[in-house]
Design a protein around this ligand. Structure first.
Ligand SMILES: *Cc1c(COP(=O)(O)O)cnc(C)c1O
Length: 447
């Protein structure tokens, strides 16, 4: 282990300086990447020297997602305290299913869940850390399904159950509907207003139509930070409808649910305490390494009902509340809690708040830059960390592809109501205002 750790430290130092001098690596073509980098296997292993050289080569040719010029996805930057936590989780190598095996690590996960419930306003809530936001949404969906029809888990789905989500919600919803036996055809895509928020009047209309047809509306997925526009559905009017029709309300806050840490921005999820379940990704706004997702619900018993199963060979100490396997999808489960905890303990809840607020400030800087410069057309709105724009008359797809292929900048494109645009996400809280201006300069120079 000693040699490997020494090699690791040297390699990481190399990576960190390469990230500064060359923030974007030129991509290999998919048709040659395996042969160019010798990714395949041989019967004989490599000598230590060759092995180190190969590992280094692969690492240095991997996209640099923590650099100053990575804006391509909804994560970025590097919080050193969180990185340390994740490295330690690997060395400790616990599995989170029982207290016997996880010990204080289970306590850490529980502390994260309890504080999240408190921030949202769930009394006696509970939760778990699923492997990502898509799986958090899946858990919400399963619980909503089981709450509406407690026999489904035993007998299978027997009626037409309908779920509602906005047109701009995350693509995990149709996949999850398929996994859950609900069926993709039983999703109603609710219209967005011009800001990208779900239209509650259309939601109500759709539910009433389905009831009239004898169908069973059971689930509404609201989004706190839609993937493209970063828009927040208005929770209160949606919660009114869900309460009236006894429908499970899940808030998908994978992208921006972490606003619960901010005094200034938590109003964007006003009414969240009225939802049945809520999720956010610490690996998005809070900058922990992938993945660290938190799923919470106010219905502790339903969580157990939907996700527990007897397993005499596993649960042997009767640690009940600390046997976290009773509320998770997986059996063996990675420790995604420690990295968030090492960060949170180091900077406190106030520090998490600053990370969130800073991202909104950076977005303001970017929006202002677009507004002040007539070469830019802006398509997004305040209170969002996604800044969508077009530059001159350049096709956004061509622009993003050119920047990527020439190793200048990583940024993606998206669309809303038929309009395509570049999407800059200011989710990397280690960036400064100057870095955001730098983004535009690199973009302008690269075209
Ligand atoms: C990123 C995202 C997800 C998916 O989260 P993963 O951790 O990538 O599975 C779900 N919903 C929204 C709104 C997202 O932005």
């Amino acid at each position: 282990m000693h040699t490997e750790l020494q090699f690791f430290e040297k390699l990481v130092q190399k990576l960190l300086s390469a990230e500064k001098t060359e923030p974007v690596v030129k991509p290999f073509s998919t048709s040659t990447v395996n042969s160019d980098l010798n990714l395949g296997f041989q019967a004989e292993g490599l000598s230590d020297g060759d092995w180190q050289k190969l590992v280094e080569d692969v690492a240095l040719n991997t996209p640099r997602t923590s650099s100053k010029l990575f804006f391509n996805q909804l994560f970025g930057g590097r919080q050193p305290k969180a990185v340390l936590g994740d490295l330690l989780a690997v060395v400790l190598n616990n599995s989170m299913y029982t207290y016997k095996v996880a010990g204080p690590q289970a306590g850490i996960e529980k502390a994260i869940i309890q504080e999240t419930c408190r921030l949202i306003g769930y009394k006696n809530g509970d939760g778990t850390m699923p492997p990502g936001g898509s799986m958090s949404n899946f858990m919400g969906l399963i619980m909503g399904r089981d709450a509406k029809d407690p026999l489904v888990g035993q007998k299978g789905v027997s009626k037409t159950m309908i779920l509602y989500t906005s047109k701009t919600s995350h693509y995990s919803t149709p996949k999850n509907a398929s996994f859950a036996g609900i069926g993709r055809d039983n999703i109603r895509y609710i219209r967005n207003d011009r800001f990208g928020k779900m239209e509650p009047s259309h939601l109500l209309e759709s539910i009433e139509e389905d009831l009239a047809k004898g169908y069973t509306p059971f689930y509404v997925n609201a989004t706190a930070g839609s993937t493209v526009l970063g828009a927040f559905d208005d929770i209160n009017p949606i919660a009114d409808i869900c309460e009236k029709h006894k429908i499970w309300l899940h808030i998908d806050g994978a992208y921006c649910g972490a606003v619960i840490f901010s005094e200034k921005y938590k109003h964007l999820v006003n009414g969240a305490e009225r939802s049945d379940s809520f999720s956010f990704n610490a690996h998005k706004m809070l900058g922990t390494p992938l993945s660290s997702s938190i799923f919470v619900t106010k219905h502790k018993e339903q969580l157990v009902k939907s996700f527990s199963n007897e397993a005499e060979y596993l649960y042997q100490t009767g640690a009940e509340d600390y046997d976290l396997g009773k509320t998770s999808i997986q059996c063996g489960r990675r420790n995604d809690a420690l990295k968030f905890w090492t960060l949170w303990k180091s900077i406190g809840s106030n520090g998490l708040e600053e990370l969130v607020d800073h991202q909104f400030e950076l977005a303001d800087v970017a929006r202002e830059y677009c507004e002040m410069n007539e070469d830019y057309t802006l398509y997004s709105f305040p209170d969002s960390v996604s800044v969508c724009f077009n530059y001159k008359d350049i096709d956004p797809k061509d622009l993003c592809t050119k920047l990527y292929e020439e190793g200048n900048l990583m940024v993606g494109y998206g669309q809303f109501k038929g309009q395509e645009f570049v999407r800059l996400v200011t989710i990397n809280a280690t960036n400064t205002k100057e870095d955001i201006i730098g983004f535009f300069q690199v973009l302008e120079k690269g075209t």
